[in-house]
Design a protein. Structure first.
Lengths: 476, 246
């Protein structure tokens, strides 16, 4: 369900190719990801305890997963004790239905939203619109994306693919404003004015959750723009949508994650706002909603507690793996074609939609390992990409031709005498193409290499063929 | 450790054997000049990494089994590519877990070294000589850097060379875009990543970019030649070869 059918009709390789040709995208990606990489490096450079805290955070995630049912029950009890309501959604359709029911019962006509990948995952905005509820994204990046009728292309920087000039043009067109300058401050001021009245009009506030603390029933939002606070306090109803894996046992554990999350994401020591929500407004309190709902979303997660993608459930959604990934940096988020882009996105896509959905995406990685290095909880993403490739192969989802080629290759590698024949055969075959030890053009499949790169010709004599002579050098 | 005679087997690797035999020759001459007796066990083909990384693990297991048998008598195994060394050290034991060869696989993993690590960490050498002069830069191959956590031995070796100036490569720890079958499954993306790498390489003003992995060298040399660049991509061993190229 989190696929985007229109886009997915085009093969991944073509989607990636299109992204590579998009000059604006290339410019935006290079500037933004380079900046994120530098900021993250500086943040951890000044924070010698960072490495130990990352290990600690990973251990907490693992321990929590081992008793997820226990911590979820505890969370539910505490949220309910505070006067909140908790709903469990097995599928995205369940989650949409739960939220639409709340909207209908409370007479909601407009919902303001704080940035949330979980609501992207369940395609909530489309469902709200179809039910006559106007969703308004209030995170600046999400606001831009909503105006442009696009999807986020980065987990924490949804409009990362847009240059400031493009945003200025978009605001001029969609908001009917003349002379919008391509200046981030001016653009933010415009969005602020536009959004202010929506906050006051909205009946419902919808957020995700970065964490939920089982011990205290606290839902935690990590934001930078202050919009999250308004979404959770101004409207009558607050609905938070959260993947089940986001529960953490205690406030002490929460502190560990808060110490590394913003550093990994934006290089900040802490995000500007860390909002702790505990149920609806209580008697005597001045702000807060009348109703508070927490929607716990499964959508394939619980199956993976015992699955090959288990570690992906540690993910904090910081986006660090996207910023350092050479593939993401080259093609951006949209080309991946699913809600969650980048290296972790491939794993999450497989988790939500099955391994068949990542037949091509599982190979959209050079396995360089930069993602695992950057990950605050050290998720071994390359290892799981290999596992997905294995599944795609074993379930015979991989193309038959490819499986045959690899089977033949493996057979050849087990037969050294025949393997030795490969060199003379290749030398014969390459004769029409090799010039001065290099090959510039090859037909068929081999052209995939030679279109952009020379290939070294198979040597006149391989090392194996030279070994006898090298042995004689010693005896002399 | 360097004072007693050392015997080491060369694992030439499939790319090394067919496409870069001169690297193997340089390694043999270099190691011999350092007093190492070099062996070349017969029957070797490939470490199985291409199969493993593409998800063909049953097939890779068959290769791993052969590998363990072929190199079981070698006190040390020296590998010219960080990625193949990583395969032997990190994945072969896993593939052969719970098989009769499990212990032997572990032993092989412990005795296997990427070339620069073998030179510095096993032989204990700190200074080297080269016939080459001029400015060079070094590309950290992903598997050596993040797989084997090695960034110092190649740099130590390069810095010790008289007449060779090592300049750091901007984005030295970024992938060259090779990634095995990735390079032909998604050649456009692979080439885009390569272009950034080569732009950085050329900005250093180095005469050559040095790497310790045949995959990266194939990728970077292929791109440099296509650009008609004067920069050469060379294996560390080629700089250290005591004899002029034959």
């Amino acid at each position: 369900m989190s696929t985007h059918e229109g886009e997915l009709a085009t093969p991944f390789r073509d989607r990636a190719g299109r992204a590579l040709q998009d000059g604006f995208l290339q410019q935006a990606l290079t500037i933004a990801t380079t900046r994120f990489i530098d900021l993250r490096r500086e943040a951890f450079g000044e924070f010698p305890e960072g490495d130990a805290l990352r290990d600690r955070a990973r251990a907490i995630k693992e321990a929590t997963l081992q008793r997820l049912d226990h911590y979820l029950e505890r969370l539910v009890d505490n949220v309910e004790r505070l006067g909140g309501h908790v709903h469990f959604a097995t599928t995205p359709a369940d989650a949409r239905r739960i939220i639409l029911d709340i909207a209908k019962r409370t007479g909601t006509r407009m919902a303001v939203k704080s940035k949330s990948m979980a609501t992207e995952e369940i395609h909530l905005n489309e469902a709200l619109e179809a039910a006559g509820v106007t969703p308004v994204e209030t995170d600046l990046g999400e606001y831009i994306i909503q105006l442009a009728h696009e999807r986020p292309s980065h987990i924490i920087a949804p409009a990362i693919h847009k240059t400031k000039g493009q945003v200025a043009d978009l605001f001029a067109k969609e908001l009917n404003r003349p002379n919008v300058p391509a200046d981030p401050e001016a653009l933010t001021a415009i969005a602020r004015v536009e959004l202010r009245e929506k906050f006051l009009q909205a009946d419902m506030g919808i957020t995700g959750a970065n964490f939920a603390v089982a011990d205290t029933g606290t839902v935690v939002l990590v934001t930078n723009e202050g919009n999250g606070r308004m979404v959770t306090t101004l409207p009558r109803v607050h609905v938070a949508v959260m993947g089940v894996e986001k529960v953490v046992p205690s406030m002490t554990d929460l502190a560990v994650f808060l110490a590394i999350l913003a550093k990994s994401a934006t290089g900040q020591k802490l995000s500007v706002y860390t909002t702790l929500v505990r149920g609806p407004r209580k008697a005597g309190e001045l702000e807060g909603p009348d109703e508070f709902h927490l929607v716990l979303l499964d959508d394939g997660r619980i199956d993976q507690i015992g699955g090959t993608l288990r570690e992906a459930l540690y993910c904090l959604r910081c986006g660090a793996c996207l910023n350092v990934c050479p593939v993401y940096r080259s093609i951006g988020g949209h080309a991946y074609g699913h809600t969650y882009p980048g290296p972790i996105g491939i794993l999450l896509t497989a988790m939500l939609n099955g391994s068949g959905s990542v037949r091509d995406l599982a190979h959209a990685s050079s396995l360089c390992g930069a993602c695992a290095d950057a990950c605050p909880v050290r998720i071994d993403i390359p290892r799981m990409l290999i596992e997905l490739r294995k599944e795609v192969d074993e379930k015979k989802i991989a193309p038959a031709g490819e499986r045959l080629v690899f089977a033949l290759f493996a057979w050849l590698l087990r037969h050294p005498r025949l393997f030795r024949l490969a060199a003379p055969l290749a030398r014969l075959g390459q004769r029409p193409f090799a010039r001065g030890g290099r090959i510039q053009r090859l037909p068929l499949f081999f052209g995939e290499w030679t279109r952009t790169r020379d290939l070294p010709a198979v040597a006149p004599r391989t090392f194996s063929e030279r070994w006898a002579e090298l042995e004689r050098e010693v005896r002399r | 450790m360097a004072d007693r005679p050392v015997r080491a087997a060369l694992m030439i690797t499939c790319l090394g054997d067919m496409l870069f035999p001169e690297v193997g020759v340089s390694i043999v001459r270099l190691l011999r000049s350092l007093g190492v007796t070099v062996e070349f066990p017969a029957g070797q083909t490939c470490c199985g990494l291409p199969l493993f990384n593409s998800g063909y693990h049953d097939e890779a297991r068959g290769i791993a089994r052969r590998l363990v048998e072929i190199f079981k008598d070698a006190p040390y195994v020296v590998v010219p590519s960080g990625s193949c060394a990583w395969m032997v050290k990190h994945e072969v034991p896993g593939l052969l877990r719970e098989t009769p060869l499990a212990d032997e696989a572990r032993r092989l993993a412990d005795r296997t070294y990427e070339l620069s690590q073998f030179l510095v960490r096993v032989l204990g050498r700190t200074t080297f000589t080269s016939r080459v002069r001029g400015r060079v830069t070094y590309h950290d191959s992903c598997h050596l850097l993040r797989g084997l956590h090695e960034s110092t031995t190649p740099r130590e070796i390069l810095k010790s060379l008289d007449g060779v100036e090592l300049v750091e490569l901007p984005g030295h720890d970024e992938c060259c875009g090779f990634g095995g079958s990735f390079s032909v499954r998604l050649p456009e993306v692979s080439s885009a990543i390569l272009e950034k790498k080569l732009t950085n390489v050329e900005a250093t003003g180095a005469a050559c970019v040095v790497a310790c992995d045949a995959g990266c060298l194939m990728q970077m040399a292929g791109g440099l030649a296509r650009r008609k660049s004067s920069v050469r991509a060379v294996h560390l061993a080629e700089l250290l070869d005591p004899q002029p190229p034959s």
